[in-house]
Write a protein that binds this ligand. Structure first.
Ligand code: IPM
Ligand code: MN
Length: 352
């Protein structure tokens, strides 16, 4: 099969972890007889430096014309403490999500048996955790009528949702629940927010289309607590953009390292696959960042974008093997030898 993949390395550790994912994908292509055509494109701070725009039109063209997008990370510290910056790298990611219509962000959280004790949470709490967040990605407070400052003293951000936006996300949630344990949790703040009441009402009205799915409605503050208390009581969770952003970072702690969790953003056009971690600027260029979240995102890409299940399994298996054998970066190595980002990538590619 011919696979046309847009490669957006982005900022910080993005290029380093993307390099490892490319090595592993190319090894998969050799083993399973595929041809991958990688098309690199600029995004984030690197794109601002090159042309003043964090998601240039040329990059969008490349993404729209690709079969899938593999993405590294976005963000640069030079913008973090400059609230007056007019253009920010993160705007590139938001624009890309919007222009590609990526309204659903699939963020799984699971544990690796060999890493259970790496998690700060107790083994008996997290064993068997296997849940998936479906985070709405192109609406809510991230995209409401432009956030603004009045008179320099008052700031606004507006949270807006339409019924149609909730329905299309919830539909994906119900469908995913049908392929798993038929349990769906709608996370909202319906005791306070009008948008949350619209979410709840919309999801309730869809329940009769999926009679086999048991739906629970829980407030986001309670979910934040139960997620670390009894994560394995959850299966599929649907939620709005900002709640999903916060809860998925929290959930990544369950697996033992933020450097492990992959994600897929899907919607109207080309799907995008990216690690849930950020650009980790302190580690940029040091060859120490964990590449596994990006490599597991590539596995999601093989499976979801191309229907290549065996290829995805091969990647997941070799990742598991590396964890069992301790071929891991410093975030996971404990007192044992820490391997470099590039060494982990080489090992995985060789053992695929
Ligand atoms: C994420 C990130 C982004 C978000 C940032 C970089 C804009 O934190 O993908 O979770 O808030 O959505
Ligand atoms: Mn985030």
């Amino acid at each position: 099969m011919k696979l046309n993949i847009a490669l957006l390395a982005g900022d910080g550790i993005g290029p380093e972890v993307i390099d490892q994912a490319v090595k592993v994908c190319n090894a998969v292509a050799v083993k399973f007889n595929h041809e991958i055509n990688w098309t690199p494109a600029l995004t984030g701070s690197a794109a601002i430096d090159a042309c003043g725009e964090p998601y240039p039109d040329e990059t969008h063209e490349i993404c729209v014309n690709a079969d899938a997008v593999l993405f590294g990370a976005i963000g640069h510290p030079k913008y973090d403490n400059d609230p007056s910056a007019k253009v920010r790298p993160e705007q590139g990611l938001l624009k890309m999500r919007k222009k590609l219509g990526l309204f659903a962000n699939v963020r799984p959280t699971f544990t690796f048996p060999s890493l259970i004790d790496n998690s700060p949470l107790k083994r008996e709490r997290i064993e068997g955790t296997d849940l998936v967040f479906l985070r709405e990605l192109t609406g809510g407070i991230y995209f409401g009528e432009k956030g603004r400052r009045d008179d320099g003293e008052t700031a606004f951000d507006n949270c807006v949702y339409t019924r149609a936006e909730v329905q299309r996300l919830a539909k994906k949630g119900f469908e995913l629940a049908m392929t798993r344990s038929k349990k769906l949790c709608c996370v909202d703040k319906a005791n306070v927010l009008e948008t949350s009441r619209l979410w709840r009402e919309t999801v309730q009205a869809m329940e009769n289309e999926y009679p086999e799915v048991t739906v629970s409605y829980e407030f986001v503050d309670a979910v934040a607590m139960r997620l670390v208390q009894w994560p394995n009581s959850y299966d599929v969770l649907i939620t709005e953009n900002l709640f999903g952003d916060i809860l998925t970072d929290e959930a990544s702690v369950i697996s033992g390292s933020m450097g492990l969790m992959p994600s897929a953003s899907v919607g109207e056009k080309t799907s995008l696959y990216e690690p849930i971690h950020g650009s980790y600027p302190q580690a940029t260029g040091l060859d120490i960042a964990n590449p596994l979240a990006t490599i597991l995102s590539a596995a999601m890409m093989f499976e979801d974008a191309f229907g290549l299940t065996q290829e995805a399994e091969a990647i997941k298996n070799v990742v598991n093997k590396s964890l069992v054998e301790g071929i891991v970066t410093e975030d996971l190595s404990g007192k044992n030898k820490a391997y470099k980002t590039s060494e982990v990538g080489d090992w995985l590619a060789k053992n695929i």
